[in-house]
Design a protein around this ligand. Structure first.
Ligand SMILES: [Zn+2]
Ligand SMILES: [Zn+2]
Length: 582
């Protein structure tokens, strides 16, 4: 077992101990260990225990040693056995922590999610001490949300798991080729199942069966066949398709999806007298068509090969057929980044470190956008510390000839729609990202008006993470994005596609809509460290899903061109005022 999987299991121990009403001192050392392991690189537990045993409390070491030796621990087993399955499910309802669940369980004798839903509907939950109608309403919404989102994980987590499994599979004797398919390959923001297709030189069933017995597997379904569903100890689900080399291309294509894309391609095949089966393509006489690779499959159906990000059944085949599919943006089109936090607010790196790292990535500028004064929770900058920051940026810029640090800010959009900082401070920035960070519970009209008002401020260059969603934990706030995108396009304000893996906000489906309003997109890493700059690759994947070209994205332009875009409205307003006076 590796340390990352161990962290997941330790988290589970913590939750179960809390559910059982243990004194907080009991779960505490497990919680500390889980947090510190989750923050580290994944590495084998054996190695970790050999070197770093002293980092952990004795009771944690005991559990980790059992994980290392058996992939399981007595404590966890005992806790799981004594906890009704339904309480685990309740843990995944947003807003319900172990202590609330314990009170529900003890107070109402509820054991399942369904019973909880009924109690929330018929008023019993609201009558429980310290609950009330509002909480019951929240619980109902949480259950609805949970049913929709299921057991999903974020893309980087899904990809890491997929790569780990892929490496293990490729080491299996008999595996000639193995590739990632499914939502990970299509670059979807969240992933339900990791899907892998393996071409086996001989006996695909045996490869599947061996793999289903590998360490770290909690249970599996479909053993003895070529398609196994595997659930790992940390809850990740894997769909493994083992096939013969001749079946590989079609199986990989099908497992990549999406469902509707596959169906549309199958319909095109049918028009040509071909049949797309589960594992092969057959001609009119029923003979399998030999396919060297995916492009050959598309070509046989009269189509160009389609990059996986586009395979969503949203008109990509029709566009490809009539030659209107746009040339998609790629990471190499990016010339600079604009959404970065330094040590001046809640970032971990200095401006000089961020600049050097951006330059090393081949970019020619980096914009520093620390939080504004109202964001006291994130160390927002006062006007005085801004003076110091700008002097530091000037000094760093004097040391470069081929790189520039831009003076930006991520200013709060206050509840009244005003942008944090007075005009004379805003005037000092090369650009202003403005974002909503507070009072997220406004209704749609209030929130839309708030943001529309901010857009009207000529200082605003970019609208940051425009819907405020946190994937799998917080829904977008109520806002009419149609109206916002249209207005931003008219005014010449860019809208952000925030590339933080928890946000990926603007959602790519909405980003696709931005093109219709001619609204420019800024792809921002929202980096809080040097490594955070690499979020850009995730953002680019989303932009590709949204059919965006390099021309749609503002940070594919040079620093001068961007600053020109960002300050145009401000200058026009000043010019208009001067004209009025004279
Ligand atoms: Zn923000
Ligand atoms: Zn930010």
């Amino acid at each position: 077992m590796d340390s990352r999987s161990a962290a997941h299991l330790l988290h589970e121990i913590v939750a179960l101990l809390e559910l059982q009403g243990e004194d907080p001192a009991v779960p505490a050392p497990f919680a500390d260990a889980a947090r510190s392991l989750a923050a580290d690189e994944a590495r084998p537990l054996a190695e970790l225990l050999k070197r770093d045993k002293r980092r952990f409390a004795p009771e944690v070491v005991e559990v980790l040693e059992q994980f290392r030796d058996d992939g399981d621990a007595d404590l966890l087993d005992r806790l799981r056995e004594s906890t009704p399955e339904g309480l685990f499910e309740m843990m995944r309802v947003p807003g319900l922590g172990p202590s609330r669940i314990r009170r529900i369980h003890e107070g109402l004798g509820l054991d399942t999610l369904q019973e909880l839903e009924e109690a929330a509907r018929d008023g019993r939950l609201a009558e429980l001490p310290r609950f009330g109608a509002r909480t019951a309403e929240q619980v109902l919404r949480g259950i609805a949300w949970l049913k929709e989102s299921g057991a999903q994980i974020l893309l980087p987590h899904g990809r890491a798991e997929a790569e780990r499994v892929l490496a293990a599979l490729r080491r299996q004797p008999g595996v000639v080729r193995a590739e990632i398919a499914g939502a990970v390959r299509r670059h979807c923001e969240t992933v339900r199942d990791v899907e892998i297709v393996a071409a086996c030189g001989r006996d695909p069933e045996a490869v599947a069966a061996t793999f289903a017995r590998s360490p770290g597997v909690r249970d599996s379904v479909g053993s003895g066949t070529r398609e196994v569903s595997i659930r790992f100890d940390d809850g990740v689900r894997l769909q493994l398709h083992c096939v013969t080399p001749e079946q590989f291309v079609v199986t990989w294509f099908r497992a990549t999806g999406s469902e509707s894309h596959v169906q549309e391609v199958a319909a095109r095949a049918a028009l040509r007298g071909l049949t797309l089966g589960a594992h092969d393509l057959r001609d009119a006489s029923g003979r399998p068509v030999e396919l060297a690779d995916e492009p050959a499959l598309y070509a046989a159906c009269g189509l160009p090969w389609m990059t996986p990000e586009l395979r969503e059944g949203l008109g990509e085949l029709a566009a490809a057929a009539n030659g209107t599919l746009p040339g998609l943006i790629s990471l190499s089109d990016i010339r600079g980044v604009l959404h970065c936090h330094s040590q001046y607010s809640d970032g971990g790196a200095t401006i000089a470190e961020l600049a050097a790292a951006a330059r090393a990535r081949g970019w020619s500028y980096l914009g520093v956008s620390d939080h504004s004064q109202s964001a006291f929770y994130a160390g927002g900058l006062t006007a005085e510390s801004l003076v110091r920051q700008h002097e530091e940026i000037d000094a760093i810029n004097a040391s470069f000839t081929d790189f520039r640090v831009l003076k930006g800010v991520e200013a709060d959009i206050l509840p009244c729609g005003r942008i944090d900082y007075p005009v004379e401070v805003l005037d000092r920035f090369d650009y202003v990202i403005a974002s909503v960070h507070s009072r997220l519970g406004m209704n749609e009209k209030q929130m839309t008006d708030r943001v529309l008002k901010a857009l009207a401020d000529p200082h605003m260059s970019v609208l940051g993470h425009p819907t405020g969603r946190l994937l799998l934990t917080r829904e977008p706030y109520a806002i009419n994005m149609d109206a916002i995108l249209a207005r931003a396009g008219e005014l010449g304000v860019a809208v952000e596609l925030n590339a933080d893996p928890h946000r990926l906000d603007l959602d790519w489906r909405l980003a696709k809509l931005a093109g219709a309003y001619d609204t420019k997109i800024e792809i921002g890493p929202d980096a809080h460290s040097v490594d955070g700059l690499d979020n850009m690759a995730l953002g680019i994947g989303m932009a590709r899903k949204a059919w965006l070209t390099a021309a749609d994205v503002i940070n594919t332009r040079s620093a001068d061109e961007f600053v020109e875009f960002a300050t145009r409205r401000r200058r026009e307003q000043t010019a208009a005022m001067v004209a009025k006076v004279s």
